[in-house]
Ligand binder design. Structure first.
Ligand code: ATP
Length: 353
């Protein structure tokens, strides 16, 4: 097991700054997800940990060892990419055995490790099948096994599930988590899929435009987003964010309507630098009633267990599947008590009171 500290990392490509003073501590044996939209710098961060890219500034520490100048081959890091990297002219067994064989492991030990990894990843029945012709799902599972069999102290996975189908992705989420628990690796997992991050990670590092936005457990980033970006990026559907202005004991919404605040919320909203705020609440934390925001329903999305109500102005709410609503009719929503998050409209930061 190894901890990782990215200390004040800056990465420039010419004039473009891909990472801005990134400081991130990843604990021993932790599963951390780097989460953010395309281009936010996730892969660059990963490549710097692996030693495939040099940082322009800052240091990379593994435990108390400075590895900034250490070449990739000497870092002891395992890597799995979006596109499986396996030898299609070899069998499943030969692919799994490749790494240990290159490292000169004794034959009996190679066999033991191959069988153990194959059992773990459910590849036992196809060990002697040629890899060519296996499905994308199985190839990616094999790629994970081929890297994991080396039992690297640090395991880096860059969007490993984006090319596999949805059902298989759900299975692999569980398997990757148990793989990491079994081998107690420090795992860094790059994804733009908040569901993957929420379901697997011990902590999530949310990134946008090369800037680390927030690091916390899945529930911390979901319940207490540091800013508007994190609030919007986590949750499906994302948080309702309604711009407005504090007026007495309520917020007058830009799109029409007024939301009453309790004393604590008024004190929180007063911290806004102007008095413009963004009022946030999760779609699943709202109820229909007499008070609140009234908007016509633009679309009713029935997804089996739940119904998602899309209202004009981009407001969404999640209800039981049999909720009686109709497109075109107005609905009045109010957030549950305590559900309000209030953001400074100027800085985007969540205000705490
Ligand atoms: P994606 O999920 O699309 O891979 P990402 O979050 O992993 O996105 P990076 O690949 O780290 O993002 O890229 C971050 C930014 O740095 C992007 O704007 C990208 O165009 C830029 N970038 C990455 N590598 C280089 C390079 N070698 N030269 C110039 N710009 C680069």
């Amino acid at each position: 097991m190894t901890s990782i500290h990215l200390s004040q990392i800056v990465k420039r490509f010419g004039d473009f700054t891909a990472l801005q003073e990134m400081d991130l501590r990843i604990h021993d044996g932790e599963f951390i997800a780097l989460l953010g939209p395309s281009g936010c710098g996730k892969s660059t961060t990963m490549n710097i940990i692996a030693g495939m890219e040099d940082p322009s500034e800052g240091r990379v520490m593994f435990g108390d060892r400075d590895v900034t100048a250490l070449p990739m081959q000497k870092r002891g890091v395992g890597f799995v990419f979006q596109n499986y990297a396996i030898f299609t002219h070899m069998t499943v067994r030969e692919n799994l055995a490749y790494g240990p064989r290159m490292h000169g492991a004794p034959r009996a030990e190679i066999e033991r490790r191959v069988v153990e990894m194959a059992d773990f990843l459910d590849l036992g029945a196809i060990l002697d099948r040629p890899s060519a012709g296996l499905s994308v799902n199985i190839l990616q599972r094999l790629a994970i096994g081929r890297s994991a069999i080396m039992e690297p102290a640090i395991f880096l996975l860059d969007e490993p599930l984006s090319n596999v189908d949805a059902a298989f992705r759900a299975v692999m989420r569980r398997e990757l988590k148990s793989l990491q628990q079994r081998f107690e690796q420090t795992m860094v997992y790059v994804t733009h899929d908040q569901l993957e991050a929420m379901t697997m990670a011990d902590r999530i590092a949310v990134m946008d435009h090369g800037v680390l936005q927030q690091v916390g457990t899945p529930l911390e980033v979901y319940n207490a987003p540091a800013n508007l970006f994190v609030a919007q990026f986590l949750g499906a559907p994302g948080m309702n964010l309604l711009p407005g202005m504090l007026d007495g004991d309520g917020i007058v919404l830009e799109g029409g309507g007024r939301i009453a605040l309790d004393d604590r919320e008024v004190r929180t909203a007063r911290r806004a630098t102007g008095r413009d705020v963004v009022y946030g609440f999760r779609p699943e934390e709202a109820r229909m009633g007499e008070d609140g925001v009234t908007r016509p329903v633009s679309f009713v999305e029935r997804i089996g267990a739940r119904t998602i109500l899309h209202m004009e102005g981009g407001i969404k709410a999640v209800f039981e599947n049999d909720v009686a609503v109709a497109e075109g009719r107005p609905v009045t929503l109010s957030p549950n008590p305590g559900a309000a998050r209030i953001f400074d409209a100027g800085t985007g930061a969540r205000l705490e009171g």
